[in-house]
Design a protein around this ligand. Structure first.
Ligand SMILES: [Zn+2]
Length: 144
């Protein structure tokens, strides 16, 4: 007799190629489906984590709460990719970038509808939940 296992694999919906499952922070995907990009915040020391973490490495607390990534971040750096990791080739060319939200930074990609000539270091951008043509979810940076 085999016992049916319940596998929490919601992270499979994330990204062009699915991420490994990260069970403790799978609500991230439910939020993404609802258009929200979430970080986590340690209730004990206030540090914000993105990608979301279930445990605080600073004070070793597991007392974390969801924290919506909202408002604008500053573009710190970006890079146009001509070669992509396996599974991302069909998306080329695209720009990966780092946004600085003050308390935390987010690494991701710039939305394909942002013309490259309009991308400038220091510009204000927003992080937006995004649905890929194949039904997978991710988030992209758009002009604020
Ligand atoms: Zn902490």
């Amino acid at each position: 007799m085999s016992k049916k296992k319940e596998i929490d694999d919601r992270f499979k919906k994330f990204g062009t190629k699915s991420f490994t499952s990260v069970t403790k922070v799978n609500d991230f995907i439910d939020n993404l489906e609802n258009g929200k990009v979430m970080a986590t915040r340690c209730k004990d020391c206030g540090i914000v984590f993105f990608p979301p973490r279930a445990d605080c490495y600073k004070c070793l607390s597991s007392n974390v709460e969801w924290h919506e990534v909202s408002g604008e971040g500053k573009l710190v750096t970006y890079s146009k990719l001509k070669y992509a990791p396996v599974g991302f080739e069909d998306d080329l060319p695209y720009c990966i970038a780092l946004l600085d939200y003050g308390d935390f930074k987010i690494f991701g990609r710039i939305a394909s509808n942002v013309p490259e000539e309009e991308i400038e270091l220091g510009m204000e951008m927003r992080t937006k939940a995004n649905k890929l043509p194949n039904g997978q979810l991710n988030y992209v940076f758009e002009k604020a």
